[in-house]
Design a protein around this ligand. Sequence first.
Ligand code: SF4
Length: 380
Amino acid sequence: MTDTAPALDLDRLRGATPPRNHDARTIAALTANPGCARRGVMDAAGVDKDAVSRTLGFPAPFGQSQFAITRGNVFEAQVKADGCAELLTLLRDRLGLAVPEVSYDDLEVVAGNEGRELRHARTRRLLRRALDSGEGTLYDHPLLRLEIAGQVAYLEPDVIAFQIEGRFHIVEIKSFAVIDGQAEPSQVAAAARQAAVYVLALRRLVAELGHPAERVSHEVILVCPENFSNRPTVTPVDVRPQLAVLERQLARLTRVDRIVAELPEDLSFDLAGALDEAVRAVEARYAPECMSSCEMAFFCRDEARACGATGALGRSVRDDLGGVDSIGTALALADGTLEPAADLAETAAQLRTAARLRAEALQSAGQGTAPDGAGLGSVA
Ligand code: SF4
C-alpha cells in the first residue's frame, strides 16, 4: 500500500464529474502555492476547479486570447516546418551545437491512431533506441507521463526532445517576443516552470529505461520570436530551481492522504451538492499570486478578505507575521489590546514598534501641515 490517499476516497471527493487530467500548465501551477491544502486535495482528486469556481459564482478568466493562440500556432508551425529546418539552423548557428546528421520523428499520431497509450509506447521505444544507440535527433510531440498523487497524467507537449551526444534537451516554443535580448520575466518564468515539468517527466522515463536521469539536461532551449518579427531566436534556460520546487511539491502531494483522512467522510466536491460548504471545509492559503495560477483564485480571495486573512495582503506579509493569521489579531497585537501567547511575543513586539513608528511619522507629518489645511490647495 502506498502513502497516497486511497483512490476510492479521491473518487468520492470528486463526485459524479469525470477526473480532470493534469497538463504541464496545471502541474507547473502546483508549485505556485505549495502550502495550500485545498488545491492539493482538489488536484489530487482530479476535481475540475474551473467548473467548481464557475458553479460557486467566481469564474476565473484564465487562458489565452484566440489571437494569442492563433499567433502561437503560426509561429510554432513555422519553426517546425520541413522537419524543424529553421530550428536546426538556430541550434547550429546560435548555440554552436555540432548537429551533423539529423533525423526527425513526429510522435503525435501513430499509424493514424491518436491513442495515448500507443503514442506513449512509441515515444518510449524511440527514446530507448536513442539512449542505447545514440540514434535519432528530434522527437516532436513526445507523449510523456508523470504520476501525480497516484494518478497518471499524460503530458501532451508541443515541445521537441532533442538528442545530441547521448543527452536530451527539451525545446519549448513560445510566442512571446524577445526584444533586444530581453523577454517579459513573468513569461520566461512560466515557460521555465512548464519546461521543468517536461524535463522531470522525461528524466523519470529515462530512469525507467535504466539510464541515469542526468541524460536529460536541466538546460532547456526556449524558442521565441525575435524583436517585432516572426524570426525565431533561441535562449538556453537553466530550470534547476524550478525542478527542485516541482519535485518537492509533487512529494508533498503524495501526503494528501493525511488531509483527506481529517475531512468529513461525506465530503464531496460534486457540482450538484453542497459545494460551497465542501470547498470551505478544506483549508486554503490564499496569496495574491493565486490570481495568476489557480482557477479558485476569485473564490479564495473573497473568502480571505471576508475573514480578514493576512494572506490576502501578500505572501511576504503573511510570512513576516508568521503565526498571525488574521488582520484583526495583528492590529490588536500592535495596539496592545491583545496579549500575545509566548510564541507570538516577538512578532507582537515588532508589530508594536511598527505601530509606534507609524504613529510618530503621522504625527510629525501632521505638524508640518498648514493649520488651515490649505497645503496642496494653496499650490494650485
Ligand atoms: S486560489 Fe485558493 S485553492 Fe487555489 S492555490 Fe490559492 S488558496 Fe489554494
